[in-house]
Design a protein. Structure first.
Length: 364
C-alpha cells in the first residue's frame, strides 16, 4: 500500500522528546513535525527556532495544537499527570495519538481512555520503547517458536544509578506523586512489565511488591531550599503470570555504577535465554542455552541478532498510522493492562500481601 506523510504535533518538548521522539520523527520518511506545544513559553520559543517551527505552529495550550488543521496525529511527551487529559482531547477530536508511558495516573483513567479510543477506532501507540530493541524482538520469536518449551521462571532487572546522592538531581516532576503517580516503579517498572509480557506473550495474574524511598527530600528546581519526595526510589515485586510462570522483578534508581542496565533471564523446559542492555553502554544482546547437551553444563552462547529484527519506535508509529504496522507496537490496550498491574503492585506494597491483577481481559 502507498504510504502518506503524517503531520505530527508534539505536546511536551522536554528530555524524552528531544532525546527520542524528535530524532525518530526526523528519521522517518513518513512523518513530518509541523507543530509543538509546551507550557514553558521560553523553551517553546527556543525549540521552535531550533527545529524550524514557525510561531503560528507553536502553542502553550495543547487544545490549540489538537485543533490545528495541519496536525494529523498527536505525540504526547508530557509529565504523567497530563497524559490522560491530552489523549482524551485527541480522541474527542478524532485524531490518532502516541503517548509516553505510563499511559495514565490510574487504572481507572486507563480504562476510560482505552474504551474511548476503541469506540472511535483510532490508531494509537504507547511508547514502550524497549519493544524495539532487536535482541528483545529476537527473544520474542524464539519463545513463540517454542525453543524454550514451557516457561517456568523470568528474572527481570532494570537498574539505574541516576537517583543516587552523587547525582544530586533536583526535585523534578518525577519525584512528585501528584505529577508522576509513582517513582521508579512507574518510570522503570512499567517498561520491565511490558518487556517481559512482550517477550513471553503472557499476562499477569497476581502480584506482591515492596517499595520504599531512600532520599526523602531534594533541592527545588527553582529557588532555594528543599522539597519532599513522596514516590518510591526502588521496587521489588513478584508476579504470577499466565500458566503459573513465576516472574521476579527488581527496579531501582540507586544501582551504583549502572547507566540504563536491563537483564531478563527466561528459563523454560527446553532452554533458557538472557536478554541484556547496557552491559556494553547502549548495546542490547542475547545469550541462549538451548538443547539437552547444554543443560547440565550451563553453556550460554552469544546469539547474533539478524538485521530483520532492528526496528525504530517512531517509524513503528508511522506504520501504525498508515495501517501497515507489524502488530508489535504497544497499544492503549497494552498500556491499560500494564497500568492495572502497576496499581496492583502499589496496593500490594502498601498492604504487604498478594493481590490479584485486575483489568487483564480486553474491554468489551
Amino acid at each position: 500500500m502507498e504510504k502518506k506523510v503524517i503531520r505530527i504535533g508534539s505536546v511536551g518538548v522536554g528530555a524524552i522528546w528531544t532525546g527520542v521522539h524528535e530524532p525518530g520523527i526526523r528519521r522517518s520518511p513518513d512523518l513530518e513535525l509541523v507543530a509543538i506545544c509546551d507550557i514553558d513559553a521560553e523553551k517553546l520559543r527556543a525549540v521552535g527556532e531550533k527545529y524550524g517551527i514557525d510561531e503560528a505552529h507553536r502553542f502553550t495550550d495543547y487544545r490549540d495544537l489538537i485543533r490545528c488543521p495541519d496536525v494529523d496525529a498527536v505525540d504526547i511527551c508530557t509529565s504523567n499527570d497530563a497524559h490522560f487529559e491530552i489523549a482524551m482531547a485527541a480522541v474527542e477530536a478524532g485524531k490518532p495519538y502516541d503517548v509516553e508511558k505510563p499511559v495514565t495516573m490510574t487504572a481507572a483513567e486507563a480504562d476510560i481512555l482505552a474504551k474511548a479510543t476503541a469506540e472511535k477506532g483510532l490508531p494509537n501507540m504507547v511508547c514502550f520503547s524497549y519493544r524495539f530493541k532487536a535482541a528483545a524482538r529476537y527473544a520474542r520469536e524464539l519463545v513463540e517458536q517454542g525453543m524454550l518449551g514451557e516457561i517456568y521462571h523470568v528474572y527481570m532487572q532494570y537498574l539505574q544509578a541516576g537517583g543516587g546522592p552523587s547525582y544530586d538531581l533536583p526535585r523534578s516532576w518525577r519525584y512528585q506523586k501528584a505529577l508522576t503517580g509513582t517513582g521508579a516503579l512507574g518510570d522503570l517498572g512499567c517498561h520491565a512489565l511490558d518487556l517481559v509480557g512482550f517477550v513471553t506473550g503472557k499476562g499477569y495474574r497476581r502480584a506482591v511488591g515492596h517499595a520504599d524511598t531512600f532520599v526523602h527530600s531534594r533541592r527545588l528546581e527553582e529557588g532555594e531550599g528543599m522539597g519532599p519526595v513522596d514516590v518510591d526510589d526502588f521496587c521489588h515485586y513478584l508476579m504470577e503470570m499466565d500458566g503459573k510462570t513465576a516472574a521476579n522483578f527488581s527496579v531501582t534508581r540507586f544501582a551504583y555504577g549502572r547507566g540504563n542496565y536491563q537483564r531478563m533471564e527466561i528459563y523454560g523446559s527446553k532452554g533458557a535465554l538472557v536478554y541484556s542492555l547496557d552491559v556494553t553502554p547502549g548495546v542490547d544482546a542475547l545469550e541462549v542455552c538451548i538443547g539437552a547437551p547444554y543443560e547440565r553444563v550451563g553453556a550460554f552462547t552469544n546469539l547474533p541478532v539478524p538485521e530483520r529484527f532492528h526496528a525504530d519506535q517512531m517509524q513503528a508509529f508511522a506504520d501504525v498510522l498508515n495501517g501497515c504496522g507489524d502488530g508489535t507496537a504497544a497499544t492503549i490496550e497494552d498500556g491499560r493492562r500494564i497500568q492495572h498491574a502497576l496499581d496492583t503492585i502499589i496496593r500490594s506494597a502498601e498492604e504487604a500481601r498478594w493481590l490479584p491483577c485486575g483489568g487483564q481481559k480486553a474491554l468489551s
